[in-house]
Design a binder for this molecule. Structure first.
Ligand code: ACO
Length: 374
């Protein structure tokens, strides 16, 4: 390949951002300068969502106002509930999420207003409504009765409530909250770059998030957390793990939940999520997946020097929480909407149309022959 071609934009800096950074000196991903693992200890997800969108952590009055706005916007229109009811039950919930956000764009009174104020309002509406749409589909496809959002519950509690009809113990809710904090933002990853590219033509936030969801679905990005669980289910029990992973390595298989374009010696989000995976496993009295996890991790590092990314611990954690496997990436969506929205607003604030070049390697110039001469 020609050296001028930077396939996959490898190593290319395409813009500036104030939102997040991987800081190797503190071995952390930082949001607006705060280490993600510190935020996991000190904050609830709503505080981190506010931070990413508004550039600073909220005080108690600001948090209350933000939470009220999030809770007040959770309900869907009758039209959107009807659409969800009529979608094929076998649809992947990522496709449901994509469709739901697209419909929200059709219904939103401010769709064509991309001012910073309107974009922030719309971002919060998408953030509030998407979990409701997903939970509605979660139940509808199982033939269960729909559960409407409960405004007395936090963002995470409400998601459990809408999916399962009850809120689990606070340690489980905390583990879920931590996963959302760790998933909320990660600079110019493929889905965020997709959102920024769509925005760069001055398109609207609903369109940009719809595109970002489609991008996140792929197994090389967010879809990896589902693939991790499918792999663990295939392995079945810890006694099979070593043989399985050695065979995968010998066959040069891509092992899901490992490797990262930016982190080459370990994803800084993993230790925190691994800790909460352990807590959930203890509560659920199921250590089997932890054992499989440890064997695969150890072998991948020893034999390939490739480390797990955050999708490796989140997959089995969500499974132990009781979520269907195909809902893992949609959970990633309900968190990453925050990061995407911040980037969409940042792109709007200093926009330049994103339009790279390609090195042409097709046919040389050809003359068009008449139909009867071809
Ligand atoms: N399993 C086995 N080998 C791997 C893995 C893996 N998971 N990841 C990287 N490698 C190997 C590659 O085969 C390649 O080897 P080679 O040089 O001998 O050809 C080398 O490591 C470099 O890998 P690339 O794929 O070139 O690295 P890139 O930065 O392009 O890809 C990616 C990163 C796509 C994440 C890759 O590591 C991968 O496919 N991982 C599995 C999917 C996954 O877990 N995705 C989630 C990413 S994190 C997130 O989205 C939240």
């Amino acid at each position: 390949m020609n050296e001028d071609v930077k396939k996959g934009l490898l190593g290319i800096v395409v813009d500036e951002t104030e939102i997040s950074k991987v800081m190797p000196e503190i071995n952390s991903l930082t949001y607006r300068g705060y280490a993600a693992q510190d935020l996991c200890v000190a904050c609830r997800f709503e505080e981190v969502a506010y931070l990413i969108l508004n550039k600073d952590l909220p005080n108690s009055i600001q948090l209350k106002k933000f939470e009220k706005e999030e809770r007040d916007n959770r309900e869907l229109t009758k039209n959107l509930y009807e659409i969800i009811k009529h979608l094929p039950k076998k649809s992947h919930p990522m496709d449901l999420a994509r469709t739901a956000v697209s419909v929200m764009g059709l219904e939103d009174k401010e769709t064509s207003n991309s001012s910073p104020e309107a974009n922030l309002r719309k971002a919060i509406r998408i953030f509030s409504k998407t979990p409701t749409a997903l939970a509605a589909f979660y139940r509808i496809r199982k033939g269960q009765k729909l559960i409407k959002p409960n405004n007395n519950l936090s963002f995470s509690e409400n998601f459990f409530y809408m999916c399962f009809g009850k809120v689990p113990q606070k340690e489980i809710v905390k583990a879920f909250d931590v996963s959302l904090i760790l998933y909320a933002e990660h600079s110019f990853n493929v889905s965020t770059f997709t959102a920024r590219t769509i925005t760069s033509s001055l398109s609207d936030i609903h369109g940009a998030i719809t595109g970002a969801i489609a991008s996140l679905k792929g197994p090389l990005h967010g879809g990896a957390n589902e693939e991790v669980m499918r792999m663990m289910k295939k392995i079945k029990k810890p006694e099979n793990a070593l043989k399985w992973i050695k065979n995968a390595i010998a066959k040069k298989q891509v092992v899901m939940g490992f490797g990262h374009r930016v982190y080459k010696s370990g994803d800084s989000r993993v230790p925190t999520m691994r800790e909460y995976f352990g807590k959930v496993a203890k509560i659920k009295k199921n250590k089997s997946y932890e054992k499989i996890y440890d064997i695969i991790e150890k072998t991948m590092i020893k034999e390939k020097n490739i480390y797990p990314n955050v999708d490796f611990p989140t997959g089995p954690t969500y499974h132990l929480m009781g979520f269907d496997t195909d809902f893992f990436t949609p959970i990633f969506v309900i968190s990453r909407i925050i990061g995407w929205s911040a980037h969409i607003m940042e792109q709007h604030a200093a926009n330049k149309l994103i339009r790279p070049l390609a090195k042409y390697k097709g046919n040389k110039y050809r003359q068009v022959m008449d139909l009867n001469q071809r």
